[in-house]
Ligand binder design. Sequence first.
Ligand SMILES: *[C@@H]1O[C@H](CO)[C@@H](O)[C@H](O)[C@H]1NC(C)=O
Ligand SMILES: *[C@@H]1O[C@H](CO)[C@@H](O)[C@H](O)[C@H]1NC(C)=O
Ligand SMILES: *[C@@H]1O[C@H](CO)[C@@H](O)[C@H](O)[C@H]1NC(C)=O
Length: 432
Amino acid sequence: MAVLLLVQCTAQAASDQKPLVSRITQDFNTSLYTVSIKNGAPLVVDLAGSLVWSTCPSTHSTVPCQSGTCGAASQQGPPRCRYVDGGWFWSGREPGSRCVCTAHPFNPVTGKCSTGDLTGFAMSANTTNGTDLLYPEALTAVGACAPERLLASLPQAAAGVAGFSATPLSLPSQLAAQRGFGNRFALCLPVFAAFGDTPVYLPNYNPSGPFDYTKRIQQTPFLTNPRTPGYYLPVKGISVSWRGPSVPVSLPAGALDLDVRTGRGGVVLSTVTPNAVMRPDVFRAFAKAFDTVVVRDSGGRMAREAPGHRRFELCYGGAGGTSFTFPMMKWTGIDAPAITLQLGAGATGNWTILNSNYLREWSCVGVVEMGPEGMPVDGEPAVVLGGVQLENVLLVFDLDKRTLGFSRLLEWDLTSCYSATMFRYKLPTTQP
Ligand SMILES: *[C@@H]1O[C@H](CO)[C@@H](O)[C@H](O)[C@H]1NC(C)=O
Ligand SMILES: *[C@@H]1O[C@H](CO)[C@@H](O)[C@H](O)[C@H]1NC(C)=O
Ligand SMILES: *[C@@H]1O[C@H](CO)[C@@H](O)[C@H](O)[C@H]1NC(C)=O
């Protein structure tokens, strides 16, 4: 079987190839997001993952161990994880093959990993101009073979994981290197991912019609952790506000900083946990600020509910057993406090988390305290922002400039990821 020489091809990437867009769906049972790009089966979206991996046929192409691709794979090293198969997974390697490249597929939900051959996965996606879907194209991405057992805890239909981090073998990095369309991708959960430097047209109340939302969003530099892949926000402080002045979450200076020497701390984005997770010291201080704002700005009519009967610790209701709750607004959901992450130097605005980006079960705050088992990402971050915080927010990751563009909750602007114009038009049946 022919050996893959994918990295060599990337040098000749044409710079005029069109951006690609893939549908994302959310799995009902696990809340995980899958992307439909690999032929045959969806892959779980892992913003903090560095590889693409999937189960694969017993005979498959391999990548030579002297190649640049293999160098990139081995630089990532084996993650700290428990191996599902005692450390080695030999699947159908051709007899006599010697120098073939292996990598370490990692399941971000169970924290387990394996060792498998790097191979090429056939994929396809529609091209886009930001307004319409144009035509489907076939492509190939390099990824690791993994045993069936590594799929535990992933959605039933999923065949593996697509890493979206800023590392060379993540799905967005590979597509950018092959197609030369800009080392960028947009994520609009739970609906789509767009690869390359593309506008994203969304309609809203603007009478002149849909406009390119990527031009209307705030920007911040993102940070990376040398110890573990993922996107970190330079958060300096957190505050809570509702009807009155904002109340800062009382933390020592630097409490949220990422320490690049130890890999600890920081505020990291995760697509494999639905709720925000906070280190205990951060959670306690946050809960105190949230309580203060709810009591003060409801005029004492609302308070934290007694613990016990809800899934979340921070649930609010009428003080003294009355039936007060967060009121409903006409267009934009529930009227509840806003959580603001104050961003550091280089950001054009702060990151504001509004109602449906954190409220669960109507009146609970979907933020949980980090426990010894509850670590959705590797390392020991101060705060993890999960899927609920990232849904219906347009995110644009620029991996060259190392910036992240972010909208506020799109519903607040009377639009949504579902309204992207590219999903409203019929696809032409033939390629131009
Ligand atoms: C392209 O878009 C059409 C229309 O939405 C869809 O049916 C098709 O599955 C898409 N193709 C790929 C490869 O994603
Ligand atoms: C959800 O889980 C149940 C029980 O494990 C299973 O029967 C069902 O098919 C799953 N649904 C999906 C959409 O995966
Ligand atoms: C973020 O919030 C802080 C505190 O309210 C404020 O001083 C700062 O100017 C804001 N940053 C931006 C970029 O708006």
